[in-house]
Write a protein that binds this ligand. Sequence first.
Ligand SMILES: NC(=O)c1ccc[n+]([C@@H]2O[C@H](COP(=O)([O-])OP(=O)(O)OC[C@H]3O[C@@H](n4cnc5c(N)ncnc54)[C@H](OP(=O)(O)O)[C@@H]3O)[C@@H](O)[C@H]2O)c1
Length: 335
Amino acid sequence: MKNTQVLLARRPVGRPVQEDFRVIESEVPPIRDGEALLENQFISLDAGFRNWMNEDAGDEVLPAMSIDEPVMGLVAATVAESKREDLTPGQVIVGRTAWEAFSIAGPGELMTPVQSKYGLSANYYLGVMGDTGLSAYFGLDRVAAVKSGETVLISAAGGAVGNAAGQIAKAMGAGRVVGFAGSEEKCRWLEEEVGYDATINYKEGDLDQLIQETCPDGIDVYFDNVGGDLLEPVLNHINYGARIPFCGAVADYATEQGTGPSNLFRLVANCSRLEGFMTHYWMDDYESARDILAGWLDDGSLKNFETRYPGVESCGQAYEDLFAGKNFGKAIVVV
Ligand SMILES: NC(=O)c1ccc[n+]([C@@H]2O[C@H](COP(=O)([O-])OP(=O)(O)OC[C@H]3O[C@@H](n4cnc5c(N)ncnc54)[C@H](OP(=O)(O)O)[C@@H]3O)[C@@H](O)[C@H]2O)c1
């Protein structure tokens, strides 16, 4: 059986581009005892995985990706054949394998069955019901503990985590939800379709003034997906006791030199807290969180927005587009 795989052809410098990746055809090897063959349905494009494309990026969370090996990625897949006791053919799972049409799940590799009780298709488990939605939920619930009526500002608001965070903040009772996005078109979409109260195109204008205008009562929660220079003007507008769940640093993934604010004392003066988090440390709470997210999907307060790309071959283009901000919602490849 033929496989299509996307390899890491070279280590990206700065923003990833299509040429950093190479598509090959290969044979799917027969599975051995303890393995299962997965037929991938959807591949998730995740900004955070850019970090593990760097040399020596391996850490206790994930190994660094290797050159000429399939690019590591999250997939939603159907089990095609199994010699693993915990997986049966026909089962739908979500797991970390690679950008490829078929994957082999090795012994003990974590493959999470999709819960049929919600009646949702597999792509949801890469979007609002997956790491994406769960990151938005845990950041707002566990780290920020959003309170009714508060003003929540979100960076990369039109991205996968960001659009979910905006909707979830509203569902939690935030009084005003404001987002940073990189184009006028994305800002309009956020306000007209996703439900943001206001947006700021962070590439244009005087950010201090725009934050003042869109967050007139100051910022209680800044859900930060981006890091970098945006944090500085935000800190000038935080309220006493503000919380900053620090979800990711897209601005720094693709730069040689990290950037950051020069006014961190604003945190001290406002008795505020900036706290990083990794969603997978709450794995034991995924099911209870998904019950809540499913409730919001049911009552219409949460929607799963996606930008879809056709075929495994398009992974490289989709990943380039992600860093150019072309995705509206979750970037996903339909295999
Ligand atoms: N902590 C965790 O456990 C966890 C789990 C999942 C994801 N994350 C993090 O969540 C963040 C979002 O990830 P995602 O996969 O959902 O990606 P995404 O938000 O769908 O895509 C990235 C977005 O970032 C924006 N962007 C790119 N470069 C930027 C820059 N220099 N400054 C400001 N914005 C920039 C772009 O939108 P614009 O059009 O607005 O520029 C782009 O659409 C990442 O930092 C990721 O690492 C964390």
